[in-house]
Design a binder for this molecule. Sequence first.
Ligand SMILES: CC(C)(COP(=O)(O)OP(=O)(O)OC[C@H]1O[C@@H](n2cnc3c(N)ncnc32)[C@H](O)[C@@H]1OP(=O)(O)O)[C@@H](O)C(=O)NCCC(=O)NCCS
Length: 173
Amino acid sequence: MEIIIREAKKSDINNLAVLKQQVWISTYADEGVTAQFSEYVLSEYSIENIRKSISDKSKLTLIAIYDKGIVGCVEILLSPQSPVNAIEPCMEISTFYILERFQGLGIGKKLLQECFKVITRLNHYKVWLTVYYKNQKAIDFYAKQNFTVIGETFFLLGKDKHKNLIMLRNIDK
Ligand SMILES: CC(C)(COP(=O)(O)OP(=O)(O)OC[C@H]1O[C@@H](n2cnc3c(N)ncnc32)[C@H](O)[C@@H]1OP(=O)(O)O)[C@@H](O)C(=O)NCCC(=O)NCCS
C-alpha cells in the first residue's frame, strides 16, 4: 500500500475537517451523538478552526494520502511545553487520526516516523501526547511505539472532565 506523507496545505482544509469529524465520532461516540458532543465536533473541527491551525506557524500538520484521498493526519505543536513538572519542555503530538477503515494497516506508524523526523530536525529528542484513559486501542498502539505513561491530565468537554493519560517517548538521535 503506497502512502504519501506531506505537510497539509490550504487545499486540504475541507478534507481534513471531514476526516477529523469522522474519526472523532467513530472513536468517541460510545454514548451516541449528544448535544455536547455535536457542539464540540462542529466547533473544534469547523473549516475555520482547521484553516487557523494550518496557518499557525507554531503548529505543523502532516497528512497521509492513499491513492487520491487523505486517510490520516497528525498535528505537532512546535512550541515546546513541559508535560509534567519533572520533564523539560518538548514537542507535543496534539492530534493523531487515521480514518476508521484505514486503521491497523501501518499508516499510523508511518506518520509517527515522519513526526520523529520533523522533531529531531528541530533538535528535539522527546515527544509527548495525551490519550483518553479508556481509548485502549490508542494506548496499546502508543505503548507498542515505545511511549510510556508519565502522568494524568483532564480533557474538558463542556463541563465534563475526562481523564487522559500523558505519554512520553524519547527519540533516537
Ligand atoms: C491509534 C491510531 C492512530 C493507530 O494508527 P494505525 O494506523 O491504526 O496503527 P498501525 O496500523 O500503524 O499500527 C502500528 C503498530 O501498532 C500496532 N497496533 C495498532 N493498534 C494496536 C492495538 N490496538 N493493540 C496493539 N497493537 C496495536 C500494530 O500491530 C502495529 O505493530 P507492528 O509495528 O508490530 O506492525 C489509529 O488507530 C487511530 O486513528 N485511532 C482512532 C483515533 C485515535 O484514537 N487517535 C489517538 C487519539 S490520542
